[in-house]
Write a protein that binds this ligand. Structure first.
Ligand code: COA
Length: 392
C-alpha cells in the first residue's frame, strides 16, 4: 500500500488562526466560535467581520462594516455591459471568475498591497460577488439586473431580491443567511488552498479569488451541489431512491453530497442544512428533502452491508434540495457557495500575505516524485520528427 500523503492529505502546510475542523467529532469552529452558535445567533455580515478581523464586532463596528458592504454592492455599468455581451449559455462560474478578474480595473488603489488595502478589497469582493451572481442570472435569462433592495436590508435579503425581483419572506431570508454562514469558511479546502497558494506568489487578491473560483467549480468540490440536484431530479420520486443508489454504487459510481476528505462523521453543516431543507420543502410542498434523506439512508446502509468505509452527508447534500425548493436555479448552487466562501477566501489571502506567526512558506512549492516514462526516468534519446516511429 502506498503510505505517502498523496494530494497533501494529512500534511500541515501552514499555521492558521482562522478555522478549525475536528473531522472525527464533526466540529467546525470559526475563529474560536462553534458553527452552531454562529448559526443560532449571528448573521453573514457579523460572521464575515469575525473572519476578516478575528473577533466579533461591537454594535458600532458591525454598523460600519454593514455600511461598507452596502456602499460596495454596486457594479460598474461597463461590467454589466460586458456581461450583456457574453453568450447567454456561458456557465455562471465561468462568468463570475472572469468578471472578478475585471474588478482590479476599477480599484484605484491597485498599487498598494498593504493590509488595509487588502481588507478594503475583501469587503468589495464580498459585496460585489452577490450582485454579480444575481445580475448574471437575470442577464442570461434576458432580464435586466435588479437594483439593490436597500441599504437597510442585509446581504442575504439583498441577494434574493436582486435575483428574483421579489422581496423574500423574513423566514426564507434568514434561512438563506444561515446557509451563507455555514458555507463561509472551511480551512484549507481545495479552493482556499488555491487562493493561498496564489497569494504566496504575491499576486493580488483578485487573482487569488479568481483561482479559488476555478477550484470551487469542480464537481468533487463546490460543483458537487449541482450534481446532487441533478441526481435528485433524475431519481424524481422517493420510491426510486433505493434502486437508483444501489445501481450507482454497484457500478462503482459516487453518490454526490456524500463523503468528505476530513469529516469521518456527519458534517455539522449537513445537519443544519437538512433541517432547513426540511422546513422549506414542507412549506413549499416539494419532494426534494424526502428524496435527499432517503439517499443518505440508503447510501449509508449500502456501505454497511458491503463492508465498505462508511460515508456521511457533506455540506452539498442538503444545500441542493434547500436552494431548489426555494426556487433557485440549479446552476446557481455553486455560485452561491462562492458568494459565501469568499469571506473565507479573502481572510485566508490576508493571513497568507500578512500573518506574522511562523512557520509560513514564502512560496508554496511542494515536491513530486518523477516516475519517468517508457524510455526510463531520464536520458531519452532525442529522435528528429521525421525518424520517429508511431510508438513514440
Ligand atoms: N460515493 C461512493 N463512494 C464514495 C464516496 C461517494 N460519495 N466518497 C467516497 N467513497 C468511497 C470511495 O469510492 C473509496 O472507496 P474505495 O476505498 O473502495 O476505493 C473510499 O470511499 C475513499 O474515497 P476517497 O475519494 O479516497 O476518499 P476521500 O475522503 O478523499 O473523498 C471526496 C472525499 C469528497 C472526494 C469523496 O467523498 C467524494 O467524491 N464525494 C462525492 C463528491 C462530493 O460530494 N464532494 C463535495 C465534498 S464537500
Amino acid at each position: 500500500m502506498d503510505t505517502r500523503n498523496i494530494g497533501l492529505r494529512n500534511i500541515e502546510v501552514a499555521d492558521t488562526k482562522i478555522c478549525s475542523i475536528d473531522g472525527e467529532n464533526g466540529k467546525l469552529i470559526y475563529r474560536g466560535y462553534d458553527i452552531f452558535d454562529l448559526v443560532n445567533h449571528s448573521t453573514f455580515e457579523e460572521t464575515s467581520y469575525l473572519l476578516l478581523f478575528g473577533d466579533l464586532p461591537d454594535k458600532e463596528n458591525l454598523k460600519e462594516f454593514s455600511e461598507q458592504l452596502s456602499n460596495a454592492r454596486d457594479l460598474p455599468q461597463s461590467i454589466i455591459d460586458n456581461m450583456k455581451n457574453r453568450s447567454k449559455s456561458a456557465r455562471p462560474m465561468d462568468v463570475i471568475q472572469s468578471t472578478i478578474s475585471e474588478l482590479p480595473d476599477y480599484d484605484l488603489d491597485m498599487n498598494s498591497d498593504i493590509k488595509e488595502a487588502n481588507i478594503k478589497r475583501a469587503i468589495k469582493l464580498i459585496a460585489k460577488i452577490a450582485t454579480l451572481v444575481a445580475a448574471w442570472d437575470r442577464i442570461r435569462k434576458g432580464n435586466e439586473p435588479v437594483q439593490l433592495f436597500g441599504d437597510d436590508a442585509n446581504h442575504a435579503t439583498n441577494f434574493l431580491y436582486m435575483l428574483t425581483d421579489e422581496i423574500p419572506s423574513k423566514e426564507e431570508s434568514r434561512i438563506f443567511d444561515i446557509s451563507l454562514i455555514l458555507h463561509a469558511e472551511h480551512s484549507f479546502n481545495a479552493s482556499t488552498f488555491a487562493a493561498r497558494e496564489i497569494a504566496s506568489t504575491r499576486a493580488h487578491m483578485y487573482a487569488c479569488i479568481g483561482g479559488a473560483i476555478g477550484a470551487l467549480s469542480g464537481e468533487l468540490h463546490g460543483g458537487a451541489n449541482i450534481q446532487v440536484m441533478k441526481m435528485l431530479l433524475e431519481i424524481g420520486n422517493v420510491d426510486n431512491v433505493d434502486k437508483w443508489v444501489k445501481t450507482r454504487l454497484d457500478n462503482g459510481g459516487r453518490v454526490m453530497g456524500m463523503g468528505h476528505a476530513v469529516y469521518k462523521t456527519t458534517d455539522p453543516r449537513a445537519d443544519i442544512l437538512a433541517r432547513l431543507s426540511k422546513i422549506i420543502s414542507r412549506k413549499r410542498n416539494t419532494p426534494w428533502y424526502d428524496i435527499t434523506a432517503k439517499v443518505e439512508d440508503i447510501t449509508k446502509k449500502y456501505m454497511r452491508e458491503h463492508k465498505k468505509q462508511p460515508i456521511y452527508p457533506n455540506v452539498d447534500l442538503y444545500s441542493a434540495s434547500l436552494y431548489y425548493s426555494m426556487g433557485i436555479p440549479i446552476e446557481l448552487n455553486t455560485p452561491i457557495f462562492a458568494l459565501s466562501r469568499i469571506a473565507g477566501w479573502t481572510t485566508h489571502v490576508i493571513e497568507e500575505k500578512f500573518a506574522e506567526a511562523a512557520p509560513r512558506p514564502a512560496l508554496y512549492r511542494p515536491k513530486a516524485l518523477y516516475v519517468g516514462k517508457y524510455c526510463g526516468p531520464m536520458g531519452c534519446e532525442y529522435i528528429p520528427i521525421n525518424n520517429r516511429s508511431e510508438k513514440n
